[in-house]
Design a protein. Structure first.
Length: 486
């Protein structure tokens, strides 16, 4: 059995070459020219097409309970939509409510994710602190393959972390060989501005971006970076949307600090004019945090991706339909925050990134797959086309055109932020674990076929660090010595 991909050009993060790929037993078995078709194998003619690692979306929220409702996309429909667009793995988020056990939240999310059609993993959010959280973080790393802990610096009164939680959790993450990730917005400032703007009588979605100006993001990014620097823990900042956070990351990286940055396809391509649309449903459908920004920020984000300040792209796929968004009809503070994108990330980034010349094909693979696999320690199992790697593969036709629409997408949401966008370049086939899950417009996903992917800690990196104190110990000052010459 198995699948033989013939006649294609393989494109990975670091090279491009013509070769066939034979997949069997869920992995890549053979790569080479003119491979023989094993009996019973299905052949895919990839002539004139590229053969690339399946996309990894490191930031999704399937069926997330949030702001009094539950995201409309579930783990089966969301991973199916991902497969339809060339994404073969998601890293979603376990988000325990404050004062609840991280371990029980983890098991709850594991249960929800059983229905996934393609592989998945979880960042676990630390939303509060006590000794049980410290212990649970250890259990999650040592027993459950978690190597990344999320911290929401926004969402005051809900899941927001104050500095005490950040300091405790970052310290624990470093001890465990895990990476700290943050949603960088100053939640106190957001709450203050939301109330101020609402009190001025601005109650519609146009108030959302006004309450989350770029400086709110810049402050939190800088603060998280500084705390991580003092505590010597690697940091990953999710959904960077502003020049301010971009510059904070660039400064830290230039200083040799281990900081990574993610950018959403939406923040690269949708601008803040959407919030000034008179139609409530249209404007509310775009309410997500941080908000979409103006072209100046978008241009800077593209440059950040091109120059390596930002390493990964994601979608923050967190869908709410119009009736759910209507909870904030008279108060923008109540509009559930979140937008979709998992089905379109690969297509819009190829069109606006590769076709425009901003990114090479290899850089496209890096920012849509390989870099996330490396940062979260699952490379080359994921994010590569190499013998022994999981056979998560997309066959990509650079000539295929399509027009994005909620009318035709597989996402379980009644809106598409890329509605009407025409893109050139799309997957014709998607394989997950060596099985065809999408081919020529037809999804062939199987509910529950997805696997939970363990992500080991970076022990080696941390062993080296263990010899170095987290905070440089100040050397004792000898007093009473001879007075220095005047
Ligand atoms: O903040 C997040 O990442 C989650 C709650 C999705 N919503 C959003 O607006 N980004
Ligand atoms: Zn967020
Ligand atoms: Zn998110």
């Amino acid at each position: 059995m198995g699948v033989l991909i013939k006649g294609g050009t393989i494109v990975t993060a670091d090279r491009t070459w013509k070769a066939d790929v034979l997949c069997a037993d869920g992995i890549i078995k053979q790569i080479g020219e003119n491979l023989e078709k094993p009996s019973g194998a299905e052949v895919i003619d990839a002539g004139g097409q590229y053969v690339m690692p399946g996309g990894i979306d490191p930031h999704t929220h399937m069926e997330l309970p949030f702001m009094g409702t539950v995201a409309s996309e579930d783990f089966f429909s969301g991973t199916t939509a991902g497969a339809a667009g060339g994404t073969t793995m998601i890293i979603d988020f376990v988000i325990p409510s404050p004062k609840t056990s991280l371990i029980s939240a983890y098991h709850q999310w594991r249960e929800w994710a059983q229905k996934a059609a393609t592989d998945y993993s979880f960042h676990v959010a630390v939303t509060w602190w006590d000794e049980s959280v410290r212990k649970d973080m250890g259990t999650l790393v040592e027993k459950h393959g978690v190597n990344s802990f999320k911290h929401f610096m926004a969402y005051k009164g809900a899941i927001m972390c104050d500095d005490e939680v950040l300091v405790n959790s970052f310290t624990r993450a470093r001890e465990l060989g895990a990476i700290a990730t943050v949603h960088a917005e100053n939640g106190e400032l957001v709450a203050h501005l939301q109330n101020q703007i609402f009190a001025q009588g601005i109650t519609g979605p146009e108030g959302h971006p006004l309450s989350r100006p770029p400086g709110v993001e810049g402050e939190a990014a800088e603060r998280a970076i500084r705390i991580a620097d003092v505590l010597n823990v690697p940091l990953y900042i999710v959904h960077n949307s502003a020049i301010q956070s971009l510059n904070a990351i660039a400064r830290a990286r230039a200083d040799g600090q281990r900081v990574y940055g993610e950018v959403l396809a939406g923040h690269l391509l949708i601008n803040d004019s959407v919030y000034r649309n008179p139609d409530f449903d249209f404007a509310a459908a775009h309410v997500m945090s941080p908000p979409f920004r103006d072209e100046e920020h978008q241009k800077a984000l593209w440059k950040g991706l091109q120059c390596g300040t930002l390493q990964t792209t994601a979608t923050d796929h967190c869908c709410f339909c119009a009736p759910q968004k209507a909870a904030g009809k008279d108060d923008f503070r109540k509009i559930p925050n979140g937008t979709g994108g998992i089905e379109d990330r690969m297509g819009v980034l190829w069109h606006h990134g590769v076709n425009s010349g901003k990114l090479t094909m290899n850089e496209f693979v890096a920012v849509t797959s390989a870099n996330a696999a490396k940062i979260f320690n699952i490379y080359p199992q994921k994010g590569s086309i190499s013998v022994g790697a999981d056979a998560d593969i997309v066959v990509w036709d650079p000539q295929k055109t399509r027009t994005i629409s909620a009318k035709t997408h597989h996402q379980k949401v009644d809106f598409n932020i890329f509605e009407g966008m025409e893109v050139k370049g799309a997957n014709t086939v998607t394989l997950s674990q060596g099985k065809i899950v999408y081919k020529d417009g037809e999804v062939r996903t199987v509910r529950g076929a997805g696997r939970y992917i363990n992500r080991p800690p970076f022990a080696g990196y941390y062993d080296a660090l263990k010899t170095k104190s987290a905070v440089e110990k100040p050397t004792a000052v000898k007093r009473g010595g001879k007075k220095a010459a005047a």
